[in-house]
Design a protein around this ligand. Structure first.
Ligand SMILES: Cc1cc2nc3c(=O)[nH]c(=O)nc-3n(C[C@H](O)[C@H](O)[C@H](O)COP(=O)(O)OP(=O)(O)OC[C@H]3O[C@@H](n4cnc5c(N)ncnc54)[C@H](O)[C@@H]3O)c2cc1C
Length: 414
């Protein structure tokens, strides 16, 4: 049900990742938002974009999933970039996505360190390409401007859609910009504010209690509306929704290269990483994703793992440098540009997903004033804008207006 425009509202957003920040942005741009009557506060336990939202690749694609929100979100990304100079501010640009097959060049490959632990197991791909997008792969000759790979090693190139169907942002810059743009219209951002509990006794939200991690003081603030958008930590603050967390490592490398986002299939030498010393018929295949960015860096992400459970806060996420080094070594074995570029970041983060679903949950919970938006898996950057817009509609109009999201109703999973 839509609320009366003069009704006082205290909207509290839990989590300052991309979902919390786009929610704040679209709430401040909703026609019913009136800063005289409505307050919006983001409570973020660590720092804005401290989790996956600051460490993701940043690919946007019309062939992403779920189809009920992808086109809306893709369009909103383009509109926001046009309105706020996203090209400059967060590296928005259209980009060609493709997949390559390549053979690692032994003379460019370091011997794996004994402790990397990734020597022979099958690569655990992040589930970015669903069946439909795999079907849309179109085998082509190697494009002339894809000149940053060692020609002898590059055996195949397939494009995924055309460049109109794919774009990219720098996720950290985009997320922090969304927070700043929301603040410009009156939203408040509290960082280092770890939410400990939500009071929703009596079937409607009343308050949120958080700890200021610097002073260790506990604060309780009133809330008429709560948006649970704490990514993989969402179930820590609202246990009625289960959220899985998958760790993934990534690196950034300084290299000025042509604009491609590439899913790779690299065949390592037969004896590489074989712990039993035996020669195999084929080398192990590894699949790092490689994203050229307009700021002269290339982002590369590795495989998913479940070796270390999600820690209590984003600043405690453990990064295993040997896993990052593996990824650097793999791409170095097929590209001299990446081999000689300076590695500027080695990092890890957790992907949030809803058990048994490839879609996020977005919507009301049956508890008056409680909206949940989480579980965006591999496509949270792409689907952030639609999610933020829908959250603003759930809060101010009581229902989704811009897309049909009944299948993502959190109540199905509670
Ligand atoms: C390696 C990798 C590559 C990816 N590449 C892409 C891509 O190319 N395109 C794409 O669309 N998606 C991509 N994704 C997915 C995307 O990054 C995620 O879906 C998205 O970032 C999730 O955003 P979120 O805001 O829900 O969660 P998060 O980014 O995890 O944010 C949650 C926030 O909540 C805060 N928080 C947690 N607990 C509390 C608490 N108790 N109180 C207050 N705050 C709290 C955290 O500190 C954190 O800042 C990728 C993900 C990974 C891991």
């Amino acid at each position: 049900m839509a609320s009366h425009p003069d009704e006082k509202r205290h909207i509290v957003i839990i989590g300052g990742g991309i979902i919390g920040c786009t929610s704040a942005y679209f709430l401040t741009r909703h026609p019913s938002f009136n800063p005289k009557f409505h307050s919006i506060t983001i409570l973020e336990a660590t720092a804005i974009a401290a989790g996956a939202s600051g460490k993701a690749g940043g690919l946007l694609a019309l062939w992403a999933y779920p189809p009920s929100i992808v086109p809306l979100s893709f369009r909103l990304h383009a509109e926001l970039a046009a309105e706020h100079d996203g090209a400059k501010r967060w590296g928005y640009r259209s980009v060609q996505a493709g997949s390559i097959r390549a053979k690692a060049q032994s003379d460019r490959l370091e011997t794996p360190k004994a402790d990397s632990g990734t020597g022979s197991a099958e690569w655990n791909k992040l589930p970015k390409q669903d069946e439909a997008s795999l079907k849309s792969l179109e085998k082509k000759g190697i494009p002339e401007d894809l000149d940053w790979f060692i020609a002898e090693g590059l055996t195949e190139y397939s494009s995924i859609g055309d460049a109109d169907a794919t774009a990219q942002v720098h996720p950290y810059q985009f997320t922090t910009s969304m927070a700043e743009l929301a603040q410009e219209k009156g939203a408040e951002v509290k960082v280092g504010a770890h939410v400990d509990s939500i009071d929703y006794t009596g079937g409607h939200v009343k308050s949120v209690t958080y700890m200021d991690r610097q002073t260790k003081q506990i604060h309780t603030i009133p809330a008429t509306d709560i948006v649970v958008s704490a990514g993989p930590w969402s179930s820590h603050v609202f246990p009625d929704i289960a959220v899985d967390a998958l760790r993934a490592h990534s690196v950034t490398i300084n290299a000025h290269v042509t604009p491609y986002v590439l899913f790779t299939d690299i065949e390592l030498p037969k004896d590489f990483g074989a712990q039993d010393g035996k020669k195999r018929k084929h080398g192990r295949r590894v699949n790092p994703e490689v994203y050229a960015r307009p700021n002269g860096e290339v982002y590369v992400c590795g495989e998913g793992d479940e070796l270390i459970p999600l820690p209590s806060t984003a600043d405690l996420v453990q990064c295993d440098p040997s896993r990052c080094q593996d990824v650097v070594d793999y791409v170095s074995s097929i590209s001299d540009e990446l081999r000689t570029g300076e590695v500027t970041a080695k990092q890890a983060c957790y992907l949030p997903s809803i058990p048994g679903s490839s879609s996020p949950v977005i919507g009301g919970t049956g508890i008056k004033g409680m909206v949940v938006a989480t579980g965006h898996s591999c496509w949270g950057i792409q689907n952030s804008c639609a999610t933020g817009k829908l959250v603003s509609e759930f809060v101010f109009e009581g229902e989704a207006k811009s897309a049909q999201v009944g299948a993502m109703d959190p109540k199905i999973y509670m």
